[in-house]
Design a protein around this ligand. Structure first.
Ligand SMILES: *Cc1c(COP(=O)(O)O)cnc(C)c1O
Length: 758
């Protein structure tokens, strides 16, 4: 946020009679103390939620340095705090958002409907970003609180706002209409989501359309003509040109896209300019995975839960897929109780599908194989057997892929959180493309899981995260002078480990007229990698105290032997670290965070958790002897060819294998350039297929390797597991004579990453 209000102005905007007794200025608001990093110019709104009361955290916010509070209860704070008392803190926040929004004359596009809002927002952004400076709501911030927060992001540097608006109950939209006051609207459509809270579909439509009461134009599909007419709202339907353009996009949600394109044309975007953009629109994170299937089918993979709400959303999506006439659902009830089964069966009768398969056993109906040109929804609980089966229905493009199970990662994070004190913050390391797990997806996942900090090794990794919309604070562990400008531009936070680096950074900050820039000090406790040592401290403090350009946010060190609970060296390091802490506390002040532990450290030495811990490999579930952690990776390939060898035939480069009997081998499209070390050839590793372990034969090639499948009934296209449920990653690491860290980060970029969304 980039607000600029004095305490007095805030009081005024909120119609608070009592004038503040102190002067001050805010540039952002906060309501969650866990997310306060720079408290200097914050207003803390004490909100009431179902589970909690923000007033309980006021002291904590004060301790973190916040001095402006909007409350509706009696609070007891020192005299230097500005306390603004209102009747309802959420309403006050909304009022502030409304007044803030009123200062801007540029268009605000509001997006609503019962599905696809986030998607529409991201697509509009892609279509318009070359022509406009756009502010848009983060993620799916569309609730009463989220809409207000989104509006508060509006600034003079923008000239267009995209705001997503969602409601779940009658009556909510009027409030939101009032604060958003949309200039234009995009209506994604009406499904059955939240329908149970509305008397009828008519009422549901009427309520949603209230958002557009004063909008100049709304872009929607023609099927909603009558509710729009009844509500007397100007509506525009997609033109022929728009529809043609939408056909170019790789998305099944054509109608939502048409509304976005129509809106963008209205704002002056030319068809020719949008063409290239439409062809590569981003896929928007959704729990549902939409996949191209074989036989021209379209698959919706939503194996997450079977609760009726989730089921209904999935069915709405299925029914909105206009280009496939046939709509089919496959619902696994084999893990459900008889009552649950009954409920789902009855529920399904309301939806006009061509065919519904209820599965009561772990078996798919054979008829599924013959289906052509249909949209098929697979709906099941998370543990369902269907998960693996879906593979066989996909159109096959990539033969080797790495699956990353995001729910396992979230479970692992929770496992670690449970070992920590409530106040200890979590920094997750996403260096080296998140330990090889891929691009920015992990960072998005971690951010949405409420992780406080992210850590990368180099500045360019941090820049990539920022460009992908990551807002969390990011520590850069190893910054060279050449990256300082980027660090400042993208608001990354460097780790500082020597004087030359610190001086150079301060010089750059002076040039850019920055003060109070957050830095992290790395200290040496025994690892003998990077870091200041004890004898440097005096000079360091002298420099830090003299330079208002930097502000020390944290001090940290790294353990050499945290994986061994019995190694006393860790205690030695911790002792040295605690000495540093005492000195920093005394010389620099009490607001510094301290952190020492990595994943293994959290489990083995929780007593040294200080204010924050740095979680890495543990997120993926790979620490030895920790059965409570869930493995999150699976690496698969498919057989390219099967061959029969006669006695005397040889295999591969150097004729390193010679058959002494008739045998069958399979060729896999995976080699040392994918990350299967050459040393794993000649039987030095086992993979898994058809219920058995299979050994490599001959040398591993650059792009291929061979396995012995003599005893197996195997065919081209069959699945082979490199690592996964049946082939332990630790075993593969051992075969490679290395550790899981190296194995993970060596899986080549060309191996497709597939993120399981649930
Ligand atoms: C990579 C890294 C971590 C994370 O270590 P794990 O063993 O993967 O948990 C923590 N701290 C620093 C400084 C690191 O570089």
């Amino acid at each position: 946020m980039n607000l600029n209000y004095t305490y007095a102005e805030i009081a005024d905007l909120l119609s608070i009679q009592e004038k503040p007794t102190i002067e001050g200025r805010i540039d952002a608001i906060a309501y969650d103390t866990r997310k306060i990093y720079n408290a200097e110019a914050l207003a803390f709104f004490a909100l009431h939620t179902e589970k909690d009361n923000g007033h309980n955290y006021i002291q904590e916010a004060y301790n973190k340095g916040v001095r402006c509070f909007v409350v509706n209860q009696q609070v007891d704070l020192p005299k230097d705090a500005c306390i603004l008392t209102t009747e309802n803190t959420l309403e006050a926040l909304q009022t502030l958002a409304k007044k803030h929004r009123e200062q801007f004359a540029y268009p605000v596009i509001a997006i609503t409907g019962s599905y696809g809002k986030t998607m529409a927002k991201e697509w509009l952004y892609s279509l318009l970003k070359d022509e406009f400076q756009i502010v848009r709501s983060p993620k799916s911030y569309n609730s009463q609180l989220g809409v207000a927060l989104s509006l508060l992001e509006m600034g003079n540097e923008h000239n267009l706002a995209l705001i997503e608006v969602g409601i779940s109950e009658p009556g909510e939209m009027e409030v939101l209409e009032d604060i958003v006051d949309p200039t234009l609207g995009v209506f994604t459509g009406l499904g059955a989501a939240h329908q149970e809270n509305f008397e009828s579909e008519k009422q549901h439509a009427k309520e949603k359309l209230k958002l557009f009461k004063h909008a100049n134009f709304v872009f929607a599909q023609e099927e909603y003509a009558s509710p729009f007419r009844r509500s007397k709202i100007n509506v525009e339907y997609p033109s022929k040109a728009t529809k043609d353009l939408a056909q170019l996009a790789p998305t099944p949600f054509k109608s939502t896209l048409e509304n976005c394109i129509e809106c963008a044309s209205f704002l002056g975007r030319q068809t020719e300019d949008m063409e290239a953009i439409v062809k590569q629109l981003p896929t928007v994170a959704s729990r549902m995975e939409i996949l191209a299937g074989k036989n021209d089918n379209l698959l919706i993979n939503d194996t997450y839960s079977l609760d009726l709400h989730a089921l209904e959303q999935a069915l709405n999506h299925l029914l909105s897929l206009k280009e496939k006439q046939q709509k089919i659902a496959v619902i696994d009830l084999s893990l459900s109780s008889p009552e649950e089964q009954k409920k789902v069966e009855v529920f399904m009768t309301q939806f006009p599908l061509d065919k519904v398969y209820f599965l009561y056993e772990e078996e798919l109906p054979e008829a599924l194989e013959d289906i052509q040109n249909a949209a098929i929804l697979f709906k099941a609980k998370r543990k369902s057997f269907i998960k693996k089966e879906i593979e066989n229905f996909k159109e096959k493009k990539h033969d080797t892929w790495l699956e990353i199970d995001q729910s396992a990662i979230l479970e692992n994070i929770n496992h670690f959180r449970n070992k920590l004190n409530p106040k200890t913050q979590l920094l997750c390391m996403v260096k080296a493309s998140s330990y090889g797990s891929g691009d920015v997806k992990m960072a998005h996942l971690l951010e949405s899981a409420g992780v406080e900090y992210l850590g990368v090794a180099y500045a360019d990794e941090g820049v990539d995260l920022r460009k992908a919309g990551i807002k969390s604070p990011i520590i850069v562990m190893n910054t060279s002078e050449s990256a300082f400008q980027e660090i400042i531009k993208y608001e990354l936070e460097p780790a500082i480990f020597d004087f030359q680096q610190l001086e150079a950074f301060v010089t750059t900050l002076i040039r850019f007229k920055k003060t109070n820039f957050p830095i992290h000090i790395k200290v040496e406790t025994g690892m003998n990698r990077l870091g200041f040592s004890e004898e440097n401290l005096e000079d360091l403090f002298e420099l830090l105290q003299a330079q208002p350009e930097v502000s020390v946010k944290s001090v940290y060190s790294h353990l050499a032997c945290s994986d061994d609970p019995n190694n006393s060296f860790t205690h030695k390091q911790a002792k040295r670290f605690s000495k540093y802490k005492d000195i920093f506390d005394e010389k620099i002040g009490p607001n510094i965070h301290y952190h020492l532990l990595n994943s293994a450290g959290i489990l083995n030495f929780p007593e040294y958790q200080y204010d924050m811990v740095r979680l890495g490999i543990g997120m993926y579930g790979y620490l030895p002897n920790q059965s409570a952690l869930k493995p999150s990776l699976a690496w698969y390939t498919r057989i390219s060819q099967v061959k029969t060898l006669q006695v005397g035939d040889t295999v591969g480069y150097g004729q390193n294998f010679r058959a002494d009997k008739e045998m069958r081998i399979a060729i896999l499209p995976i080699g040392y350039s994918d990350g299967i070390r050459r040393s794993l050839g000649n039987g030095n590793v086992e993979f898994y297929t058809h219920g058995k372990k299979v050994k490599t034969l001959g040398n591993i090639c650059m792009d291929m390797c061979m396995i012995d499948v003599s005893d197996l009934d195997i065919q081209k296209g069959d699945l082979v597991e490199i690592i996964g449920d049946n082939n332990d990653i630790f075993e593969l690491a051992k075969a490679e004579k290395t550790i899981v860290y190296e194995l993970m980060t060596n899986i080549s970029k060309r191996v497709e990453r597939v993120y399981l969304q649930n």
